[in-house]
Design a protein around this ligand. Sequence first.
Ligand code: 13P
Ligand code: SF4
Length: 333
Amino acid sequence: MTNREPTPVVPRPQVPHRDLLQLEVLTDETQLRADITRLRLERNAVILAHNYQRPEVQQIADFVGDSLGLSRQAATTDADVIVFAGVHFMAETAAILNPGKTVLLPDLRAGCSLADTLTAQGIRDWKARHPGGLVVTYVNTTADVKAESDYCVTSGNAVQVVESLPPGVPVLFAPDRFLAAHVIRVTGRQMDVWDGACHVHEAIRPEDVQGQQAAHPDAELLIHPECGCSSRILNAIPDLQLYSTEGMIHRARASAAQEFIVVTETGMVTRLQRDVPGKTFIPVSRAACCEYMKMITLENIRDSLLTLQPRVTVPDAIREQALKPIERMLAIG
Ligand code: 13P
Ligand code: SF4
């Protein structure tokens, strides 16, 4: 059974194009890096970047990782200021874990189409139709939605969290229907699933994967569970593993393969090339680009450190309720 309320239409901003060959831009970038290094020390700030960030942002970050790793870093940092090079729900998660710290998101328009598919009222109505059900939400949700949830999960630990739930209790899983299908396939647990998806991963088609496989027959597939293609590909290759973005790093290191087709957002290729040198990583499609993630730039990180704006805060009442499912997420996997 699926549930869905109308998805709000969120205008997707255009990402400005930079010509890296212009000397002026390179000079600016050197200055920007120097400014960021100085301000970071002055502010006692840490820069946390998601694996989908621009290459130059990943390069200056203190930590680059997946949603779970970033939440763990946010939970343990002793910095006074957290600059989140990611999207809004990630900065909110950091703010929930750190009420005393300043959490900055350098561009507040950096949202998430998947998080936009679900509201707190939507969850309340859903729970009312399934009394006694346990609500498991992907970390790609707003703080209001987390406050209505029993457990949060990331792609890195969704299977383990669902496996840990008491048997015989209805499970309501939201908002990503492709991740839900993966969890049901692995755990065998039946769940009521919200009909949400990420516009970037949903648009990756099995034909994109097959086209790259034909061009690179020896390449191994690294597929993220948010992908729209995952269910159809798994029908053809039932024992294929799916990986969170950090899981892809571990798999690429451990595998004997030299070439990999990276079936997720293109920024992941940057991270893989840097952390697993000597192997080749092929993006499944250049079109698989999250314009929200790419809104964070060296310029707005510098400005954010300078002005300590824009800040992301969560009202206390919501924060207290949202903390429990996040802590459960951090405890597992
Ligand atoms: P992970 O980094 O947790 O695998 O999630 C991918 C994603 O889409 C984050 O927005
Ligand atoms: Fe959200 Fe998709 Fe972008 Fe991740 S890639 S932040 S799920 S819109």
